[in-house]
Design a protein around this ligand. Structure first.
Ligand code: NAP
Length: 278
């Protein structure tokens, strides 16, 4: 039986073991998937046991710190400067990947959304940085909308993107300025935790901000339909929730670990099963 794990700290409630077991079952594989909650001061000492596994996921706060312990990064991890999956090459090299970006791209593809034109990313934290980078490197005009006091925090993200592509188009805006509803966006992505369970009545922007938005993607997956998504539907946007991305990033991890491809219907089955369990 192959052995996998998720590394993070703290790791309260995580859907990863359940999700990875459901996916492995679709491939006809039985896996052992452990939760490795390791405190920062113990990481160096405990890393060897993770490298004995067949692969592992990494979450907060180790997505950047793990890089120094790897032999190489694939293009996704290099572009995003963060690793959420470790796999092993045939030669035994420790390779870091970023499958969050693959999960995002495949979610858009399965919903028929082209990543192009004007994109607005709400929030510039871990996942917001990934969305802004991925969209800008695909040629989109990206607006990173953040709280007025956090505008400086978005600067390094823009600098990182421009270090890869000096022509990349990235603006930083005050999130409150969106409420005027004057800007047109092909895609708006919520990369803030605002609206997440239990504060389900909150929304990162007012409904008026969605007037000229074509597609709204909220990467929150609990609740399934956030207040922002409800406002998006009322405004006539195409609305997509975060569960698909969560599942597709795990699919991409297993495709690396097992060297096999999933069919769309297998992934859809797992999304439906997980939806019932949330
Ligand atoms: P993070 O690193 O903590 O970043 C959160 C961002 O949201 C920061 O830029 C923060 O800005 C901003 N923010 C927080 N409260 C805000 C408010 N009231 N108004 C405007 N901006 C606000 O978190 P993360 O890891 O990027 O995750 C963000 C969300 O994405 C979480 O809900 C997480 O569950 C979800 N997520 C989903 C998936 C998926 O697969 N579906 C994957 C990863 C993450 P400040 O600097 O101003 O605080």
């Amino acid at each position: 039986m192959k052995q996998f794990a998720i590394l993070g700290y703290p790791l309260g409630h995580t859907l990863s073991p359940q999700l990875h077991r459901l996916l492995a079952r679709e491939l006809g594989e039985q896996i052992d998937y452990q939760i490795c909650q390791i405190a920062p001061e113990q990481l160096e000492q405990r890393l060897p046991e993770l490298f004995e596994l067949d692969g592992f996921n990494i979450t907060i706060p180790y997505k950047v710190r793990i890089i120094d312990s790897l032999d190489r990064l694939d293009r996704t991890a290099r572009n995003h400067g963060a690793v959420n999956v470790v796999g092993f090459s045939a030669a035994g090299e420790r390779v870091g990947y970023n499958t969050d970006c693959v999960g995002f791209v495949r979610t858009m593809q399965t919903h028929g959304v082209e990543i192009k034109g004007d994109v607005c990313v709400l929030g510039a934290g871990g996942v917001g940085r990934m969305f802004a980078t991925e969209c800008a490197l695909r040629g989109c005009r990206v607006t990173m909308a953040v709280r007025r006091d956090s505008m400086e925090k978005a600067e390094p993200v823009r600098a990182h993107i421009r270090s890869i592509d000096p022509q990349a188009q990235v603006e930083i805006a005050d999130i409150a300025s969106l409420n005027a509803g004057e800007q047109t966006f092909d895609l708006m992505i919520n990369a803030t935790p605002v609206g997440m369970f239990p504060k389900v009545e909150a929304s990162p922007v007012e409904a008026s901000a969605l007037k000229k938005v074509k597609t709204l993607f909220d990467c929150i997956y609990n609740p399934r339909q956030t207040r922002l998504m409800q406002d998006g539907e009322a405004a006539g946007c195409q609305v997509i929730g975060g569960l698909d991305m969560l599942v597709w990033q795990a699919v991409a991890a297993q495709e690396i670990w097992f060297g096999r491809q999933f069919k769309n219907e297998q992934v859809e089955r797992v999304i439906a099963q997980l939806q019932e369990q949330l």
